[in-house]
Unconditional design. Structure first.
Lengths: 230, 280
């Protein structure tokens, strides 16, 4: 009798577990549950974006995708396929953030001679500095300019402490104090070192603070990649 | 009821998984095939490098060189809000490169030197050595970039017209001020992800480049047309006075200059293929 009661409770437990699990799975797959899939907080400015802005669905059903991948694994298909969504790439970022005046456009770093920079900093990938779902605007440090500008020489240097001196003193933390990396802020670089923006203010901006470079931009990002009018 | 043996459960699961993965109840996803990818990318690189030489020579001599004589302004800081000027030849190439980046065709174009006005554009390490070879032999070289997974082609950028050497020799930040006509001032680097391409892909590459030249030249037109006294844009060139060729006129002259060599290379490619049935 006791064994039968135990078996019945066990069966009930299995049934309840399966029903609860399937229910949870169905709820999670509802469109309204998509925000729950995000692995972390969106970076400042992206809070209102839908998942589909960056995560593009791959063609075909899940079964077709899995079958195609199985064919690839056994050598019947030349190229692998993505499952679910295509990996997020520069193209997804540039769909809204492409602009003409970028001082450091990501595509430039695919030039062969930037091999060392690609290895150490990955500047050819937007997400190397702007990793999403971390709740921060910029996820890199401030010290990276030396990778490409380590031999900087300016003949008619406009600033009070020459760039050559700053380079010699390895004052790489000072670069962003005067220079906006992408050049999208409407401003002129300072010519007095004591007027530069402090690293603390820049750190705050990197997280989610107010822009110390000013609020006026040359180009405004699109609200949505599906927005034709811009 | 007897419990089901685990081995049977596993076998049934494997059967179900096999049916799910291999039974083509839904049609399989189509995969793109490169059926006749038999043209070496080096052919494409030769063509685009030659086309670029024509475009840069035309822009440098006929637009910048002649335009300056009639008061048109060209400046490396042409994008500054408080300056109305068109791109210099190096920036014309940058604009071409930027336009290419926006094209679905994955052709990359870059410019570098060992005496760049902006030292960040200098070749270093093994690329400096490669460039030294290009300068000495005045011949391009091709190589593969493992980390970027790109085929690359380093082609000499030769000072062919007087404005090239004059401007660089007189620039306040130029590290070298004794350039002469015929000097290899730098090199263009071309990149592409595939080592072999199809005929249609080759034509798309050439089309993408010509579209990029058009986009870059349109940028110059847009800038200079905002002058308080803009030049007349039409079928006349700065050589004839305060004029600028329209986009279609620029394209016509560039096409006339570059197409002969491009067509020769295309026909040669086709002839070799027809003869050998192999890769050029």
């Amino acid at each position: 009798m006791q064994d039968a009661a135990l078996i019945n409770r066990r069966h009930l437990g299995i049934i309840v577990g399966v029903v609860a699990g399937v229910t949870l799975l169905i709820v999670l797959m509802l469109p309204s549950s998509l925000p729950w899939h995000a692995p972390g907080v969106m970076l400042p400015g992206h809070e209102a974006l839908e998942c589909r802005e960056c995560h593009i669905e791959v063609e075909g059903s899940l079964r077709q995708q899995l079958q195609a991948q199985a064919q690839y694994l056994i050598g019947n298909r030349e190229h692998p396929v993505n499952i679910g969504h295509t990996p997020v790439s520069n193209a997804d970022c540039l769909a809204c953030h492409r602009r003409a005046n970028d001082n450091h456009p990501v595509f430039r770093f695919f030039e062969p001679r930037y091999k060392d920079a690609r290895e150490k900093l990955a500047p050819h990938r937007c997400i190397s500095c702007h990793l999403e779902h971390q709740g921060q605007r910029v996820t890199s440090t401030q010290n990276f300019c030396q990778q490409c500008h380590g031999r900087l020489e300016i003949r008619n240097d406009p600033i009070d402490i020459p760039h050559k001196q700053l380079v010699a003193d390895e004052r790489w933390e000072s670069c962003l104090g005067c220079h906006d990396y992408h050049g999208n802020h409407q401003r002129k670089a300072q010519t007095q070192m004591d007027q530069r923006i402090t690293p603390t203010l820049i750190d705050g901006y990197f997280i989610n603070g107010k822009s110390p470079y000013g609020e006026n931009m040359h180009y405004k990002a699109k609200e949505s990649r599906y927005d034709e009018a811009h | 009821m007897k419990p089901i043996k685990p081995s049977i459960l596993i076998a049934l699961s494997l059967v179900a998984l096999s049916v799910y993965l291999f039974a083509t109840a839904p049609p399989p996803l189509v995969q793109a095939k490169a059926a006749d990818a038999s043209i070496s990318i080096e052919v494409a690189f030769k063509i685009v490098a030659a086309e670029n030489d024509y475009a840069r020579e035309l822009y440098t001599r006929e637009i910048v060189g002649e335009g300056k004589k009639h008061g048109l302004k060209f400046d490396e800081h042409w994008q500054d809000q408080d300056l109305i000027a068109a791109p210099l030849p190096a920036q014309f190439l940058r604009e071409t490169s930027r336009a290419l980046e926006q094209d679905p065709v994955p052709l990359g174009l870059f410019l570098g030197s060992d005496y760049s006005i902006n030292s960040a554009n200098n070749f270093e390490k093994e690329f400096l050595e490669m460039f030294a070879g290009v300068r000495e032999n005045q011949q391009p070289i091709m190589f593969y970039v493992n980390d970027a997974q790109r085929y690359a082609y380093l082609a000499p950028d030769v000072a062919v017209v007087d404005p090239c050497v004059k401007c660089h020799n007189e620039h306040k930040d130029s590290p070298k001020v004794d350039w002469e006509i015929g000097d290899v001032m730098g090199a263009t680097t071309w990149t592409y992800p595939n080592g072999e391409i199809t005929h249609s892909e080759l034509l798309r590459i050439i089309t993408a480049l010509r579209n990029a030249f058009s986009s870059a030249y349109q940028t110059s037109l847009n800038e200079l047309s905002t002058l308080e006294n803009p030049p007349v844009i039409g079928d006349k060139w700065p050589r004839e006075g305060y004029y600028l060729p329209s986009l279609s006129e620029f394209e016509r002259v560039l096409g006339a200059a570059a197409s002969s060599d491009t067509l020769s290379l295309l026909l040669k490619t086709h002839a070799v293929e027809a003869e050998n049935g192999g890769t050029l």
